[in-house]
Design a binder for this molecule. Sequence first.
Ligand SMILES: [Zn+2]
Length: 266
Amino acid sequence: MIKIVLLGTGGSAGTPQIGGADGFGDWGELDPAEPKNRRTRASIVIEAPDGRRLLVDTGPETRLQLTACGIPRIDAIIYTHGHADHIAGFDEIRILNRLLGTPMPVYATEKTMDDLRQRFDYAFKPWTGGGFFRPAIEPHLVAAGESLDILGLPIQLIGQDHGYIPSLGLRIGGFAYCTDVVRLDDAALAALEKLDTLVIDCFTNGPPHPTHANLKQALAWVERLKPKRTILTHMGLNMDYAKLSASLPAGVEPGFDGQVFCFDFP
Ligand SMILES: [Zn+2]
């Protein structure tokens, strides 16, 4: 059994965004009374059958997300891409190091690893033993299209078009996580066939966006790929939970922070 925890399902600014007439946040078209409309930045945890956990991205709320979801330890991290809303919590690796007792295995493409090194160069210095007074990582370069084993999980990495940069999607068995994507080429679509559960980027129900799928695009992918269950993530200010829940086609639902589901493995 593999367990997935959606730590965060919000867009790059989270919801509500900073602002609002009363200062308690700009909710846009979201109902502030619905707790599921309060969303932190997109990130998930994948828990392997042996209990080890792979964290996907470290956004600015990593500490709040892990403590809110009751996750006491992370065994490896993979990055989808180097945007701030996916890496800004990188420094929390220091505490994760203390729990793990070793440098953290970190998987990323060469471009994303370069982004991380530029922003957090102090974490790339070799660990010389002793306490973790800064984050320490063990970098592993990966590439789109590759299949690899992380923590005993067979992971297929999917190349995605995120507008101005590429991003990585992940597939494990019948589950796939595809955040921060605006276009999928034929190779990516082929890698996403016969899914049980697809977690997919859907930033807006408005017109096409330069870097993220809108609802029309996400539903077009669902129509083509026919996953049994689809969960929307990376949602912005016009993606109200209750309104979406009432209007989406069968098998498609908006995700929410803290959502958990399991699937059989292998
Ligand atoms: Zn992004």
